[in-house]
Every structure is written in structure tokens, then in C-alpha cells.
Design a protein around this ligand. Structure first.
Ligand code: GAP
Length: 502
């Protein structure tokens, strides 16, 4: 986890509070006390999520001639996950507390060693979270102070549990009980959810819920080559649900057990300049994230060091986002060589090579993969958009969502509700616009209060039908962010909304 320095966005409490109050996101199965790591999207949340996915699909597939779409089943042949390396290697290090039955990720469970001279005289354990640094610091400093009173000068070393020596497991206190002796050694815990296909439950019926959408693109590579007129370089894009039995789902929708991914495998010639393509996709994806409203000041790049790369990866750059709990991966852009196609070709025995007419030879293409989580992007979108700002003597809460992302594109408001001619004209405009966009009709309360309601849920435009509208057929269009108003005809409003919201 990186530093939380200079963070200027909203707090997690503000974001979670907003989601709860406005029906954006609910805990899954809330009336049964919830299911950890699973979430439900309410009316506004469902709209925002659909918009995020639609924009990605439009910009990645519809507005490009070199990428095609795919929609695979979630349950695939279990051999796929063996070939991809997920059965053997897709795991996190798990630590159990034998007394409390709590489970921790060893790389997120830290312990502080208090050393005097060469002797370790005490252990403190802490879980990695937004307060980790200060909790660890405080606990260890307390011990240090006590020791100082006794005349001993202590040194403090903070390490993840994965780096503990076997003889230390019994000495490190469990975060649950505060006492040593109950933590186990770390063991690999596979993150895939297992199930069985059909009525027989044995090894031959084992199946997995997919932990990523990517493998669907590799195993359908030949199908697409054979049925669609594609030529290298080209991409296959897919979005959909993925499942990971995360040991410690955390930070709201940032790390959950059921989530959605939007991934694209971009296939290139085996002798193409892969570094150049990798850079191209890092830049393209970074610009796209900005284009849908993520503030540049929140975004960053984390180029993986060679020793941090997975064995099949040639390079990987994360596009990071400064969340309230720290700088974290939002999207990964990986250069995967031809690892996946080669694995599936070997495991299936089917030829997955591409015949390159220009070069007059067959080969396995290489691939660049930009992969992003919908829910993680949703959280970044909210954090970028949320603000509270002064208007006159009051504060207004406003969600400055990009119009393409906003759940409601425009509100149609008759100035007053007790004048039938205003109401019927407003309803007419509403009927017309609702065929093109998700718009809302609202006649309840003072006009200022209606504007504020719309500001809070991120509606970018309010269209007010007033007495001038009856006279000259123009309407007031108010901009959420600048609060400026201008008069437009119905035709001008239609063009205005199409230009900004589609
Ligand atoms: N095919 C490559 C792949 O799946 P990944 O880095 O494991 O790579 C890609 O996942 C993206 O999916 C991440 O950058 C993140 O946005 C999202 N993601 C991964 N695990 C997630 C989880 N448990 N909850 C929410 N989003 C997750």
C-alpha cells in the first residue's frame, strides 16, 4: 500500500454514506445481515454501472474497427483453468487464528518486532488497512517507551507475516485475541470458487466460476479467426462477472468476491514491437479514464519491476487511482507474450496459430491486455465526482459526474406545479426526451430545492419550463457544475444533450 499523502478527495465515510442515502449501493443480503464481499446496486447505482459498461463497449468496440466483442459463459471447461495456471497458482497466502477462527492474508498481516541490542523482546501484530501505519507505529512506540523507562533502547522492525521465520509463528500475537500461539503458518489458498457440474459430485465433475474474463478470449481465438474477417493486429473485448474467493474483501466495492471486469486481448504479430504497443495501450487507457471524468490528479502509473512480474508477463503497468485509503491499482495493462495461446494449444491439442498472409507463415500471436474492474472504476468515478462546495451562505453537495456516466441526464421541471399549461408542456418535453435519454420529471418543491436534489445525484442538466416557454418555445437549461443558465429551443436541447451524453 502506498502513501496517503496530499489526498484531497472525499473520505470513504462520505462515499459510503452517499451510496446508502441515495440508494446507489447496498450490502448484499442486508436484511440477513449481509454477505461479505458482495454488493447490490440500487436504482441510481445500476444506471451508473450500466453507463460505465456501455461507454467502455462503445469506445472499445463500436468506435474502433480493430476490436470485436465476445460474451462467454462463466463456467468453462476446468482444463482451461489448469492450462492457464489458475488451478495451481491462483492463490493468496492464508493464515488462520486457531482460537478466534479468523482468517488473514499473510501479506496483509504485519508484525512489528521490538529489538533491544540483538535480542527480539516483543512482537506486535497489525492488519494492513488505512490506519495500519499509525496503529503499528503507536503500538510499537508504546512498547518502546515502556522499555525506555526501563533504560533499554529499542529498535522497531515492521514486516509482513509472509516474511516471518517458522519459529516466529508461535510468538506473533493474533490480531483477534492479542495473544501469541494461535496463528498458523501461511498456506496457499486458491481463490477460485469451485462447484460441480451435474448430479455426480466427484473429481470429474469439478468446475470453477471464472476468476477473470480473459481466458474466454484465448479459447475462442480460433473461433473468431474462422468466422470473422479479422487481421492482425486486432483485439477481442469482453465484459462480465468474475469471482474470487478473496480472503479479506475490503474497502467497499474495491476488492469484492463477485465483481465485473472489462478486459481486452489485443493480438499482435509475433515480431511486432510489443513495447510500442504496450505503451500505446497504457496511454490510450489513461486518456480514456480521463475522458470519462477521472481527475488527472487522482491518476498515476506504476510500472512493475521485472522481479515483480508474473512468469508469463513481459511487462505490466498499472494505472493507479488515489482512493481515500491509498494509491491502488485501477487498471492493469500487461504484455503477456504468447503464453496463454501456447498453453491452450498444448493442453487442447488444437492448432491455435494465425496464418499471416503477408509474411506467408503461421505463428502464435502475442498479446497486450488492458484489464479493469467495473466496480473499482465505479468507486474511482464517485471519488472523482464527489464534492461539497459553498453556494452563497450554504454548502451544496454535488456529484460532478461526466454526462455520459450520470444516471439521469436531465431533469424536466415545470416552474410551478399548479399551472396546468406549464405541467402539460413539461410532460410533453419529458415524453420526447425520454425516448432518447434517461431523464426525470420532477414537479415537487421549490425550484432551488429541486436543483439541489439533482446536483446531489449528479444530473448534469435541469430543463425548466416557465412562462417564457409558453410564449416563445424556449426553455431554461441549467448546468450542474457552473450553475449557469441559458435559453434553448426544444431542437437545440435535443442536439445539446446528444452531443454531451451519448
Ligand atoms: N486478466 C488479468 C486480470 O484479471 P487482475 O489484475 O487480476 O488481472 C484486472 O484483474 C482488474 O480487475 C484489476 O485491475 C481490478 O480493477 C479488477 N479486480 C481484480 N480483482 C478484483 C476484486 N477482488 N474486486 C474488484 N475488482 C477486482
Amino acid at each position: 500500500m502506498m502513501e496517503i499523502a496530499d489526498y484531497r478527495g472525499p473520505t470513504m465515510d462520505q462515499i459510503i454514506g452517499l451510496c446508502k442515502q441515495r440508494g446507489i449501493i447496498f450490502q448484499s443480503s442486508e436484511i440477513y445481515n449481509g454477505v461479505a464481499g458482495c454488493f447490490d446496486y440500487g436504482p441510481l447505482g445500476a444506471e451508473i454501472k450500466k453507463n460505465i459498461k456501455n461507454i467502455w463497449w462503445q469506445d472499445m468496440v463500436h468506435r474502433r474497427s480493430d476490436i470485436v466483442g465476445l460474451d462467454c459463459s462463466i463456467i468453462m471447461h476446468s482444463d482451461i483453468w489448469r492450462a492457464s495456471g489458475h488451478v495451481d497458482g491462483f492463490s493468496d497466502p492464508l493464515v488462520d487464528c486457531k482460537i478466534s477462527k479468523m482468517r488473514y492474508r499473510a501479506d496483509q498481516l504485519y508484525f512489528a518486532k521490538v529489538i533491544v541490542g540483538r535480542e527480539v523482546i516483543g512482537y506486535v501484530s497489525v492488519l494492513e488497512d488505512e490506519k495500519m501505519q499509525s496503529v503499528a507505529e503507536n503500538q510499537a512506540q508504546d512498547l518502546k517507551r515502556k522499555l525506555a523507562k526501563q533504560g533499554a533502547l529499542a529498535e522497531i522492525v515492521l514486516q509482513p507475516y509472509t516474511e516471518a521465520r517458522p519459529e516466529e509463528y508461535a510468538l506473533i500475537p493474533s490480531p483477534a485475541t492479542g495473544k501469541p500461539g494461535s496463528l498458523t503458518a501461511p498456506r496457499a489458498f486458491n481463490l477460485m470458487f469451485q462447484t460441480h457440474l451435474g448430479a455426480v459430485v466427484d473429481d470429474s465433475s469439478v468446475a470453477y466460476l471464472r476468476p477473470e474474463t480473459a481466458q474466454g478470449m484465448f479459447v475462442n481465438f480460433k473461433n473468431i479467426l474462422n468466422t470473422y474477417r479479422v487481421k492482425l493486429p486486432f483485439g477481442i473485448a469482453q465484459m462480465g462477472r468474475s469471482f474470487r474467493n478473496e480472503i479479506t474483501p475490503r474497502n467497499f466495492i474495491f476488492r469484492s468476491r463477485e465483481f465485473e471486469q472489462m478486459e481486452m486481448e489485443f493480438f499482435i504479430q509475433d515480431d511486432a514491437d510489443w513495447q510500442e504497443w504496450h505503451q500505446y495501450w497504457v496511454k490510450t487507457r489513461f486518456e480514456w479514464l480521463k475522458s470519462i471524468g477521472l481527475g488527472e490528479n487522482f491518476l498515476g502509473l506504476d510500472v512493475h519491476r521485472p522481479e515483480k512480474l508474473a512468469h508469463y508477463s513481459r511487462a505490466c503497468t498499472d494505472i493507479t487511482f488515489h482512493y481515500p485509503f491509498g494509491v491502488q491499482e485501477l487498471e492493469g495493462v500487461a504484455a503477456r507474450g504468447n503464453f496463454d495461446l501456447r498453453q491452450h494449444q498444448n493442453a487442447s491439442g488444437k492448432n491455435l496459430e494465425y496464418f499471416d498472409e503477408q509474411r506467408n507463415r503461421s505463428y502464435l500471436p502475442h498479446v497486450i491486455e488492458p484489464a479493469i474492474g467495473v466496480d473499482r472504476l465505479f468507486l474511482a468515478v464517485l471519488c472523482s465526482a464527489y464534492c461539497e462546495e459553498p453556494v452563497g451562505n450554504e454548502m451544496r453537495a454535488v456529484l460532478k459526474l461526466h454526462p455520459r456516466v450520470a444516471p439521469i441526464k436531465a431533469a424536466i421541471l415545470p416552474l410551478v406545479k399548479n399551472r396546468s399549461e406549464l405541467v402539460s408542456l413539461a410532460e410533453k418535453i419529458y415524453q420526447k426526451l425520454s425516448k432518447m435519454h434517461h431523464v426525470q420529471y420532477d414537479e415537487g418543491g421549490a425550484i432551488g430545492r429541486r436543483y439541489r436534489r439533482m446536483d446531489e445525484i449528479g444530473t448534469p442538466y435541469c430543463i425548466t419550463v416557465d412562462f417564457d416557454s409558453l410564449e416563445n418555445g424556449t426553455f431554461t437549461l441549467r448546468d450542474r457544475d457552473t450553475m449557469e443558465q441559458k435559453r434553448l429551443t426544444e431542437g437545440e436541447i435535443i442536439t445539446f444533450l446528444a452531443d454531451r451524453c451519448l
